[in-house]
Design a protein around this ligand. Structure first.
Ligand SMILES: Nc1nc2c(ncn2[C@@H]2O[C@H](COP(=O)(O)OP(=O)(O)OP(=O)(O)O)[C@@H](O)[C@H]2O)c(=O)[nH]1
Ligand SMILES: [K+]
Ligand SMILES: [Mg+2]
Length: 456
């Protein structure tokens, strides 16, 4: 099977001073020869050359040309990179000429990385780390993605794998030599010690998984409270732009509105929600249902109570005293098991209850203090202890299956035979192989590569 040679602009869309065109595949040198009119540059040395349309001889551009022969390239194949001028006209002309060359075609999103994976240059977790690094918006995300791209997960998986393979080999040796089905004592205790050790390490990794996922997806702060508490006004103040509609009419907001922020290098997502109250309006009820759902999945809820709460409260008989309102409303709204920070809004209109943060989105008073509080809570949740290793739900699912197999292996050792024990260890190894992509995972691959941009 001969592979196509693929090409793509790797430097993003739109006009720029310089654009980078990447080429990878068996025809790379032939393509370069034709574009340069003979004489290939030395490997890994940047040279300034003219690019020509081989069909007409017309000069397309001057480019910095880099030839990167495989297998020591990103994809593992012969590769080249052309730094051209980043105008639409130059890009279009070069892409047209490349597309016309035999065996060449435009790359699919993530196709360079897919080839790197298939050629063993990256394992699946490193591919994920690379995808996250390209998407990283904050320092915490950059650090975490870089660690993963450099093989942090792969190294743990390799250690667990080695020890499982040893344990399995001991079982199989015992199977070959024992006359009966019982596990010889010395083999059994050695295998038990190994699997218990691996199990403990996997449990520790799983315990830190939520932290890693939070860094990747952002710490979720949901702004909730009764209608007209000033939720949308606060979101706009945090975003410093007019994201959400504000009005004196209670029940203005229906959709969830998200903004992503960088608080001291940590990714934080603020979500504005529909005011919580009983409503007959079909659309508002749907908005309230979405708000409740989002509140339950929040890392932190900002419960907003207005200084003029009585006027806007949805609850008949609500106390005029803001302090009393704040103590019963989050629980009355069914918020449980989620960290809640009560915020007294519209402080320009009156006195807030004691103990709560007072803000006025109108004057800006108290907003920096609120941001500092949120940042402190987010920092405690995301940077506590050692750096997290697992960063995706996929990792958690794979390692949970491995842990289940090890639990079964422990039972097999006590109650079953060595055959069963060996089978559970084999299964554990198979599951572990899904983590790094050694075991066939086409569906996972398609999902991961589809999220890449073109040219990577
Ligand atoms: N004086 C004053 N008025 C405010 C402040 N924040 C909001 N308001 C006013 O309060 C009213 C309601 O504000 P919104 O931001 O729409 O309130 P909300 O909580 O999003 O309301 P719903 O989306 O309907 O649940 C508007 O008239 C705002 O101008 C504030 O800090 N001070
Ligand atoms: K409103
Ligand atoms: Mg609103």
């Amino acid at each position: 099977m001969t592979l196509d040679t693929i090409f793509a602009i790797a430097s993003g869309i739109g006009r720029s001073a310089v654009a980078i065109v990447r080429i990878s595949g068996p025809q790379t040198d032939a393509v370069l020869e034709r574009l340069l009119g003979g004489r290939l540059p030395e490997p890994r040395r940047a040279v300034l050359r003219r690019l020509r349309d081989p069909a007409t001889g017309e000069i397309l551009d001057q480019a910095l040309v880099l030839r990167l022969p495989g297998p020591a390239s990103f994809t593992g194949e012969d590769q080249a990179e052309l730094q051209i001028h980043g105008s639409t006209a130059v890009r279009t002309a070069l892409l047209r000429v490349l597309a016309a060359m035999a065996g060449c075609r435009a790359a699919e999103p993530g196709e360079f990385t897919r080839r790197a994976f298939l050629n063993g240059r990256l394992d699946l977790t490193e591919v994920e780390g690379l995808a996250d690094l390209i998407d990283a918006e904050t320092e915490a995300q950059r650090r975490q993605a870089l660690r993963q791209m450099e093989g942090a997960i792969g190294r743990d998986v390799a250690r667990w794998r080695d020890r499982l393979v040893d344990a399995l080999a001991a079982c199989e040796a015992a199977l070959d030599f024992a006359d009966e089905d019982d596990v010889p004592d010395d083999v059994a205790s050695g295998v038990a010690a190994a699997t218990a050790g691996i199990h403990a390490e996997i449990a520790a990794a799983l315990a830190g998984a939520a932290r890693g996922e939070r860094v990747r997806d952002g710490f979720q702060v949901v702004i909730a409270g009764p209608p007209n508490a000033g939720k949308s006004t606060l979101l706009n103040a945090l975003a410093r732009r007019d994201v959400a509609i504000v009005s004196p009419i209670p029940g203005t907001t229906r959709d969830l509105i998200e903004i992503r922020c960088d608080l001291g290098g940590l990714p934080v997502v603020f979500v504005d929600t529909a005011g919580l109250r009983e409503s007959e309006d079909l659309v508002e009820r749907e908005g309230i249902a979405r708000a409740r759902d989002r509140v339950q999945r929040a890392d932190l809820v900002l419960w907003l109570v207005a200084a003029d709460a009585e006027a806007s409260s949805a609850h008949p008989g609500a106390s005029r005293d803001a302090a009393a309102v704040e103590t019963w409303i989050p629980a009355a709204a069914g918020i449980r098991g989620v960290e809640v920070l009560t915020v007294a809004t519209k402080s320009d209109l009156g006195q807030a209850g004691d103990g709560s943060l007072a803000v006025s989105a109108k004057t800006g008073e108290g907003v920096p203090a609120l941001i500092a509080r949120v940042e402190a809570v987010a920092a405690a949740a995301m940077t506590h202890g050692s750096d997290a290793v697992l960063t995706r739900e996929r990792h958690r699912a794979v390692l949970s299956s491995v842990a289940d197999c090890l639990d079964r292996a422990a039972l097999a050792r006590q109650h079953g035979g060595i055959e069963l024990l060996a089978e559970d260890l084999r299964l554990a190894l198979r599951h572990l192989g899904r983590m790094t992509g050694e075991v066939d995972v086409e569906e996972v691959l398609d999902r991961i590569f589809a999220s890449f941009c073109i040219g990577k």
